[in-house]
Design a protein. Structure first.
Length: 285
């Protein structure tokens, strides 16, 4: 994907879009990066509901870059002019670069998840369970296949709604074996086998039975960062399991977005520190 980099001093507008969006730490991370590099750029959080992305883009096209979160990552595919291979493979895009009137789509969740896992865990991930069936679950599932997963179990409450995610993960070049399991059938007597478990579901959906079922894996990947810790994350910390947090994922994928938007190397440490400070402030509020 070839993108013209904006001139260093030219002010540019960027934003994260989704619904809900008030909780997003993306503005904190990106703004910290702009400040560190002396860029006169802005980054907002804008609520855009499902079905509203096309109208949003038609109403206001004066953006340089857009980060997308739930529920827009799949919706945007119909609007883009160019997709990277990884956005096409994931069946979702979390990044839009507006370049000369064209919408260029990418998925930084996938490489961001790979980097986040290897930052925290060096062991094998041959067999994994992915809880949830949205676009983020598909991207992290693909990322684990990149890291060696050959058996992937997708757990959700609706097999039909999980079909797209299962199809995406199964399409990986390694031809992993991907199956579905009813999340509502998980009890505290169940033990999810394998090396890693990924959760992309809300904290309030992480009941005692599910937390207990995740007790034997070496790695827990909790895609949320607020509230923190989630029940799964708290249990992983108590058990001594390796833990990848939603902030880890957010930082790595945001750094890649930052570079696509600005054409400059992201100050990752500064962005991470800003995110940690903001989360600590929320916890004390």
């Amino acid at each position: 994907m070839l993108i013209d980099s904006p001139s260093h001093g030219a002010p540019q507008r960027c934003a994260v879009l989704g619904d809900p969006i008030a909780h997003s730490l993306s503005p904190v991370l990106h703004r910290a990066g702009y400040a560190e590099l002396g860029l006169d750029w802005t980054y907002e959080a804008v609520q855009v509901p499902s079905g509203g992305l096309s109208a949003f883009l038609e109403h206001d096209s004066g953006w340089r870059g857009l980060s997308l979160t739930m529920p827009l990552k799949r919706e945007v595919l119909e609007l883009g002019d160019e997709l990277t291979d990884r956005a096409r493979a994931a069946g979702a895009a979390n990044t839009v670069v507006l370049d000369g009137g064209r919408l260029l789509l990418d998925n930084t969740d996938l490489p961001g998840a790979v980097a986040a896992v290897r930052e925290r865990f060096s062991g094998p991930v041959d067999e994994v369970s992915v809880i949830g069936s949205g676009a983020t679950a598909a991207s992290i599932g693909l990322a684990l296949c990149e890291l060696g997963a050959r058996t992937v179990r997708v757990l959700s409450r609706d097999e039909g709604r999980a079909a797209a995610t299962i199809e995406v993960i199964a399409s990986h070049a390694s031809a992993p074996a991907v199956t579905w399991r009813d999340l509502s059938a998980v009890t505290s007597e169940v033990v999810l086998p394998g090396d890693a478990v990924v959760s992309t579901i809300p904290a309030e959906a992480q009941g005692v039975a599910l937390v207990e079922a995740c007790r034997s894996t070496s790695l827990v990947f909790e895609a949320l960062y607020d509230p923190w810790p989630t029940p799964l994350a708290a249990a992983a910390l108590a058990r001594g399991q390796a833990l990848v947090s939603g902030l880890d994922l957010l930082v790595h994928q945001a750094a890649l977005q930052f570079e696509l938007f600005t054409g400059q190397v992201a100050p990752v440490a500064v962005m991470r520190s800003a995110g940690e400070t903001a989360l600590a402030a929320r916890a004390q509020a």
